[in-house]
Write a protein that binds this ligand. Structure first.
Ligand SMILES: O=C(CO)COP(=O)(O)O
Length: 253
């Protein structure tokens, strides 16, 4: 049985007080309302991680993620944060290759392969983002494009390493636009990605990999998206900034 997961990517939102308040609300609501075996991840900005890690110390089902990390081990990289530093403050997951990082910070598939390696080397779990632009969607080669992102950033991993990776499919045209992928579009891509992984690593491993959907996911559309056979949860942006909406999404399974 593969793991179900709902992760909240706060992006560059909330000051520390607001972040701590949101975390406390999520802790209490998850405890009171969420049944079943869905895992919860929150990904606050870097400067919140140490304090939020303390709040989550006794929360077995809520994990902490960073939104990015350096591809370098340490050294003269002003402004960067290393995987080792993240591990030292209690982070569990690292989001790698979000489309906003690919677009605004020119992150390449090769660089994301290095980030994946360094994250795994520090005992952290990558949430690897992939997805196509509207232009590629309209051209029709979107499956090939996203499979290539996996190939170039993940397929150097051993089987044991790939098993630790969570994949998040986020069509760029659906992020922050209010325009969600239809269940058919989400299922088509998730199924294609699982098949592609099966081709390289075998069906057994492919069936075990958690693949999340992201892009304008909210309480009203999460139930139908999460009901798709190959969708194992969500990577939530805007709606994860409201504890009520985020927990309602978690309860959509
Ligand atoms: O980018 C996303 C999560 O990483 C999705 O963002 P929205 O849910 O705001 O569309």
């Amino acid at each position: 049985m593969r793991k179900k997961l709902v992760a909240g990517n706060w992006k560059m939102n909330n000051d520390l007080d607001a972040g701590l308040k949101l975390t406390s609300e999520i802790i209490h609501m998850v405890e009171d309302e969420v049944r079943g075996n869905v895992g919860v991840v929150i990904a606050p900005p870097f400067v919140h991680l140490t304090k939020i890690s303390q709040l989550l110390k006794n929360e077995a089902r809520i994990s902490l993620a960073a939104q990015n990390c350096s591809e370098h081990e340490k050294g003269a990289y002003t402004g960067e944060v290393s995987a080792g530093m993240l591990a030292s403050v209690g982070v569990n997951f690292v989001i790698i290759g979000h489309s906003e990082r690919r677009e605004y910070f020119n992150e390449t598939n090769e660089q994301l392969a290095r980030k994946t390696d360094i994250v795994l080397n520090h005992g952290l779990l990558p949430i690897f983002c992939c997805g196509e632009s509207l232009e590629i969607r309209e051209k029709g080669n979107y499956v090939e494009h996203v499979c290539n992102q996996l190939n170039e950033s993940l397929f150097h991993l051993s089987e044991e390493e790939l098993r630790k990776v969570v994949i998040a499919y986020e069509p760029i045209w659906a992020i922050g636009t209010g325009k969600t992928a239809s269940t058919e579009q989400a299922q088509e891509m998730h199924h294609a990605l699982r098949n592609y992984i099966a081709g390289a690593y075998g069906k057994e491993l492919a069936d075990d990999i958690t693949i999340l959907y992201g892009g304008s996911c909210k309480p009203s559309n999460a139930p139908e998206l999460f009901a798709c056979a190959d969708v194992d949860g969500g990577l939530i942006g805007g709606a994860s900034l409201s504890s009520r909406d985020f927990v309602d999404i978690i309860k959509s399974f």
